[in-house]
Write a protein that binds this ligand. Structure first.
Ligand SMILES: Cc1ncc(COP(=O)(O)O)c(C=O)c1O
Length: 377
């Protein structure tokens, strides 16, 4: 039976998810309510009160969702100021990334990835049997625009010079998609307009993932989709709106792609609870903005406090997390030490992220606890 599987799936690596909260609480012997969870860039304030109320009052959970998602798309359209005809909601931005992979990629195709970045782009490409061309970010985590332009122009992606990113089949990768993240996860880096413009001039579909854009001191580029047929922008309710567990994201797509998406998507991809929660959130965008402002000022305080800790070198961030290089001691041991005290952070030890931790922005009292334990450690 194993031989019946698609051959390109045999080499897939399993996605390593974050451990569920309850499992961790049991393992650490610390009540869930006392765990400071700063490892997955979630919103510590959770959904708005209006969301819980709307979910409790909704009477039609026994009815299938609207496959056209009309009400939700209209509300999103009013929120971002773009026509509903360009908007498609999904089960998190992750579902839309999966759609994009399946719409464009076949074995022999390739994506251009700009690591260190969010892991789902290469994951989804490999699911399709496509190759991943890694054009590494510079030391300051800015995108190597020249490197991408040069690679596309010459077909030479610097094999041999970039030993960290061996490409399985260097002969014939056909790059179709370029994945960009702004602000980038895990570095929090903003992609400047000028760089995005240059990259949009290339013969590629550009996917701009704006999962954290609400936390940036810069505007979204969603409206650029109207001017660029090769741009897709992805947004989510997981971060600023605090409903990661309900799974709701949306994409802003060029007009030519929408008819294909409508034929392609699962009819009931967005569940009713996610839709009700999103609509309730969109009725109170002033409250979301207030939460985002709180998190932004807490991020700035967190960054300043982390900068004062001798063994940490935090990187400036436009998102709701701060990446820190750990100096003179082992980041894995530091993560473990924090975890024993019920504080969860993300640990990395891979190219571009050697000996690093990423800390999501929490509530002020969570920052205080984190800082106290860091100082004690
Ligand atoms: C850059 C980036 N894009 C997308 C996602 C996933 O978003 P969603 O929860 O909407 O699937 C994440 C989640 O951490 C992320 O960091």
């Amino acid at each position: 039976m194993q031989n019946l599987l698609n051959p390109h799936l045999s080499g897939l690596e399993e996605y390593t998810p974050i451990q569920p909260f309850e499992v961790l609480s049991k393992r650490l012997g610390i009540p869930a309510s006392q765990i400071v969870k700063l490892d997955a860039n979630e919103n510590p304030y959770g959904p708005l009160p209006a969301v819980a109320q709307a979910l409790a009052e909704y009477p039609y959970y026994h009815i299938y969702p609207d496959p056209q998602q009309s009400e939700l798309r209209e509300a999103l359209s009013a929120f971002i100021g773009l026509p509903a005809e360009h908007i498609l909601p999904g089960q998190g931005a992750d579902e839309l990334l999966d759609y994009i992979g399946r719409l464009f990629l076949s074995p022999g195709d390739a994506i251009i990835n700009t690591p260190p970045t969010f892991g789902m782009y290469s994951f989804d490409a490999k699911l399709q049997g496509a190759q991943v061309i890694d054009v590494w970010r510079r030391a300051d985590y800015s995108v190597d625009v020249e490197g991408i332009e040069r690679g596309l122009g010459t077909g030479d992606w610097g094999l041999g010079t970039d030993l960290q990113s061996p490409i399985p089949n260097p002969q014939s990768p056909v790059p179709k998609l370029l994945f960009l993240t702004s602000p980038n996860n895990p570095s929090g880096t903003w992609l400047p307009d000028a760089d995005l413009r240059r990259l949009l001039a290339l013969p590629l579909m550009v996917v701009l993932d704006e999962a954290y854009v609400e936390f940036a001191n810069q505007p979204s580029r969603a409206d650029w989709v109207l001017e660029h047929d090769n741009l897709i922008v992805l947004r989510t309710f997981s971060k600023a709106a605090g409903i990661a567990g309900l799974r709701l994201g949306y994409g802003i797509f060029p007009a030519w792609l929408m008819p294909t998406l409508w034929k392609f998507k699962q009819p009931y991809n967005v569940n009713v609870a996610a839709s009700v929660a999103a609509l309730a959130s969109l009725r109170h965008t002033d409250q979301i903005i207030a939460v985002v402002e709180k998190l932004k000022s807490e991020r700035d305080r967190l960054y300043a406090e982390l900068s004062a800790i001798a063994f940490l070198r935090p990187h400036p961030s436009e998102a709701n997390f701060v990446l820190c290089r750990v100096e003179g001691r082992d980041a894995g041991a530091l993560k473990a030490g924090l975890e024993r005290q019920g504080i969860l952070v993300r640990y990395y030890n891979k190219p571009g992220l050697d000996n690093c931790i990423r800390i999501s922005v929490g509530r002020p009292e969570q920052t205080d606890r984190l800082l106290a334990v860091l100082r004690q450690l």
